[in-house]
Design a protein around this ligand. Structure first.
Ligand code: IPE
Ligand code: IPE
Ligand code: MG
Length: 245
């Protein structure tokens, strides 16, 4: 990978790993084959992101809306997740990756929950890349839950309504403690958020590629990071190195 100036490397990259089904169907195969191939891309991308200097990588692996899919497909996705965790636990730990999950993971099958807890516990003290898996995740539901927690705190007298600000809301989301994503990548040509990190992406840079997730390589990640490095993020202000009219 060619070197990018460290100052221009996004601290937090979020990816909507999309297009597994269409990629498989394009080859006359079942959708599940696309998910199997997609799961194999995760290892490369995690490794490449860490090497590039990314600090947090959040992968949208299963949305709350994905429960609407046929039960066989849902079961296949969770069994792939368990296989991934079983296979990668040692390598992740060796590479100092710290795993965390966000979303309504209590809805996941028991073995998934157990493996997630195991990998999270084993990698808890690692100081390398933080890998965040969004599972049964919904940005709106996360906000609803945060508001319920805040309302309960107000009702119990632990919080004054006028003390509720952006920080209080951020602290009550499942992404609590994480920096906001600098770069969002979505594969497969769709240009929408599909309920991902709605609060957290207020100022995120978006990068859409037509490449389907099972074909998304280290080189594609490098290309996205390169484009990010050329973006001018102003956060509503004006650049002060040019004369302001
Ligand atoms: C992404 O690929 C994986 C999940 C949403 C779990 P899709 O399964 O959405 O693939 P397409 O979009 O139907 O091609
Ligand atoms: C978003 O992809 C969720 C994940 C990648 C996990 P979808 O394929 O579910 O999104 P829509 O339905 O096209 O918006
Ligand atoms: Mg899709």
């Amino acid at each position: 990978m060619s070197r990018l100036s460290q100052a221009k490397v996004p601290e937090h990259v979020a990816i909507i790993m999309d297009g597994n089904g269409r990629w498989a169907q394009g080859q006359g195969k079942a959708r599940v084959y696309g998910h199997q191939s997609g799961a194999q891309r995760v290892r490369d991308v995690v490794e490449a992101a860490g090497k590039a200097g990314v600090k947090v990588l959040t992968l949208y692996a299963f949305s709350e809306e994905n429960w609407r899919r046929p039960v066989d497909e849902v079961n296949a996705l969770f069994s792939l997740l368990v296989s991934y965790l079983k296979q990668e636990i040692d390598q992740l730990h060796e590479n100092k990756v710290r795993l965390r999950s966000i979303g309504f993971t209590d809805k996941l099958p028991d073995d998934c929950q157990e493996w997630l807890k195991l990998v999270e516990a084993k990698t808890r003290d690692n100081d390398g890349l933080q890998l965040v898996l969004a599972l049964s995740y919904s940005g709106r539901s996360d906000l609803v839950r945060a508001m319920q927690k805040i309302a309960a705190a107000v009702q119990e007298g632990r919080l004054q309504p006028d003390a509720i600000g952006e920080q209080v809301i951020s602290e009550n989301l499942s992404t609590q403690g994480l920096p906001e994503p600098d770069l969002l990548i979505r594969t497969s040509g769709e240009q929408r958020l599909s309920n991902f990190l709605l609060w957290e992406m207020a100022y995120t840079e978006f990068y859409f590629t037509k490449v389907h997730w099972p074909e998304f390589s280290r080189e594609h990640l490098t290309e996205a990071l390169r484009e990010y490095a050329d973006r001018d993020r102003r956060f509503g202000a004006v650049r002060m190195d040019k004369p302001v009219c």
